[in-house]
Design a protein around this ligand. Structure first.
Ligand code: NAD
Length: 497
């Protein structure tokens, strides 16, 4: 069986804590590897390594730094197929979806190639007599990223590529459920020419996370995961004065207006609701048809599509989606379906009984569809993170806008309509961070930024795009007077311009 340790100072090192976690292969249900869980001391060793390597990296000119990322892109392309298969075997998503996971990370690496331009400072000549001002952006030092299981390639790249391009050293603490691909990414960065110690991978659980949060040599923490942990990390990181940006869970609504193209809307709901078995932070988990006729038309088309979803092996390229990540995740989703039934929602499609022939121990679940879900139900209020779509019927546009706006999560939202007026008003009014208009998963391209509102995001800067440069650098402002011989005499009042 594979044994996965840590990657510190450019080397694979074995775990010494004596603690391990099982890594499953969701499509068979078998344990395929064991991953070491780092102790506080092992985490500290990685931080010390990063701290020692960082000054030279910061002193390397920005263009040389990004050349390493350029080479890394070539290596990711070279190893893409093998990495996608490893990802699918550890996570459970299908190989085409795993390739998408890698590619959305690659897009942020491509964005990071332009970071030398974004790191440029400002300059003002003659802000006062003989006085010039300039500002510069400098790296923070050692920064950390704590990432979730559901995008084991994309989210680590979202974090480490901009941070490293800005001149920081990075500690990555990936999910213990699918650690293979993050490890591979670190190996490729080394092969691309990154100096040892600039990207370290510490595998672990709460113990290593707490060690990162409490360590005064870590200047910033980027987290992605569930909201309760996001809030915990945000608060604990602040206690030692770190910068923190912590992205949490979601309940993404898709509004279907009476004039929407119903076939297009149903296609969008099927893909965005059930793709990756619903294990996406931008998955649509709530459909909101506006008006009874729209709702009835939607259900008529949606039910047969959910019933005919093709659930398959992660390695089956024709499957719509594969298994969930672990048995615990599967049981949790099934429990939510039971809760929904008890709460009085109508289970229009029940996929709980699905079994994959020959792979009965795999973590599979058929698509479930609830109708007549209401705002007070737990299946509406809480993130299920599985192949379960809830239909909440709204009587009019105002009620449809209020639903996602009043929800405690505010990650993504979509509206399907042919009415430009309604779409424009919706985008302006809705209290959610990322909006799609006839686009079901509105993940912004790499040169914008990604971030949810309310309990979907703690902190004031988004991930990737220009915000990532703001997050991973600090601004220094220099006020200088030349010629230095200008004499004005002592002045006891505050200098003004
Ligand atoms: P999770 O919160 O269980 O774990 C995320 C990370 O936190 C992992 O590295 C894990 O090891 C660590 N962790 C877990 N428990 C901890 C604890 N008690 N103390 C310290 N660290 C702890 O999340 P997950 O199940 O891996 O991922 C799914 C969640 O991530 C969903 O809620 C999903 O919506 C969210 N997500 C959000 C975004 C976003 O950008 N908003 C993107 C992807 C996923």
């Amino acid at each position: 069986m594979r044994s996965i340790g840590h990657f510190i100072g450019g080397k694979h090192v074995k775990g010494t804590s004596g603690r391990f976690a099982d890594v499953f292969e969701p499509m068979t249900g078998e344990v395929q590897a064991q991953v070491a869980l780092a102790s506080k001391a092992e985490t500290r060793a990685a931080i010390e390594n990063a701290k020692a390597a960082q000054p030279d990296w910061a002193a390397t000119n920005p263009q040389r730094r990004t050349r390493v990322l350029m080479k890394f892109l070539e290596l990711v392309a070279r190893d893409n197929d093998a990495m996608a298969e490893l990802l699918a075997r550890e996570h459970g998503k299908t190989i085409p979806d795993a390739k998408g996971d890698i590619l959305r990370g690659v897009e942020v690496v491509e964005f990071a190639l332009g970071i030398p331009h974004l790191m440029k400072g400002e300059y003002t000549e003659g802000a006062g007599p003989g006085i010039d001002l300039y500002s510069m952006r400098q790296p923070l030092g050692v920064v950390a990223g704590i990432t979730p299981f559901n995008f084991p390639a994309m989210i680590p790249m979202w974090k480490f590529a901009p941070a490293i391009a800005c001149g920081n050293a990075f500690i990555l603490k990936p999910s213990e459920r699918d650690p293979g691909v993050p490890m591979k990414l670190a190996e490729l960065m080394l092969e691309a020419g990154l100096p040892p110690g600039i990207l370290n991978v510490v595998n672990g659980d709460k113990e290593s996370v707490d060690a990162i949060l409490d360590d005064r040599d870590i200047a910033a923490v980027g987290f992605v995961g569930s909201s309760s942990i996001a809030q915990y990390i945000y608060e604990r990181a602040a206690a030692t004065g770190k910068r923190a940006q912590c992205f949490g869970g979601a309940k993404n609504h898709m509004i279907i207006m009476p004039d929407a193209d119903m076939d297009q809307s149903v296609d969008a709901l099927i893909g965005a609701g059930y793709g990756a078995a619903g294990e996406r932070c931008m998955a649509v988990s709530v459909a909101v048809p506006v008006g009874k006729t729209t709702a009835d038309r939607l259900m008529e088309k949606l039910i047969p599509r959910v019933e005919s979803l093709k659930i398959g092996l992660s390695t089956d390229p024709t499957a719509d989606y594969g298994p969930l990540v672990t048995k615990a995740a599967l049981e949790r989703v099934k429990d939510y379906v039971e809760i929904g039934i008890k709460e009085g929602a109508k289970l229009a499609v029940d996929g709980r009984g699905f079994k994959m022939q020959g792979y009965e121990k795999g973590f599979y679940m058929g698509g479930c569809l609830f109708d007549n879900v209401t705002k007070d139900m737990r299946i509406y209020k809480e993130e299920i993170f599985g192949p379960v779509l809830s239909v909440v019927r709204a009587k009019d546009f105002d009620e449809a806008v209020a639903l996602p706006s009043d929800h405690e999560y505010g990650n993504g939202v979509a509206i399907f309509t042919r009415d430009g007026d309604a779409a424009r008003e919706f985008a302006a009014k809705v209290n959610v961070g990322m909006v799609g208009i006839n686009v079901p998963i509105p993940v912004p391209v790499a040169y914008y930024t990604f971030g949810g509102w309310k309990r979907s995001g703690f902190g004031d800067l988004n991930q990737y795009g220009p915000d990532s440069v703001r997050f991973y650098t600090k601004t220094k402002t220099v006020t200088s007077r030349w010629p230095s011989g200008v004499k004005e005499g002592a002045d006891f009042s505050i200098p003004t311009s």
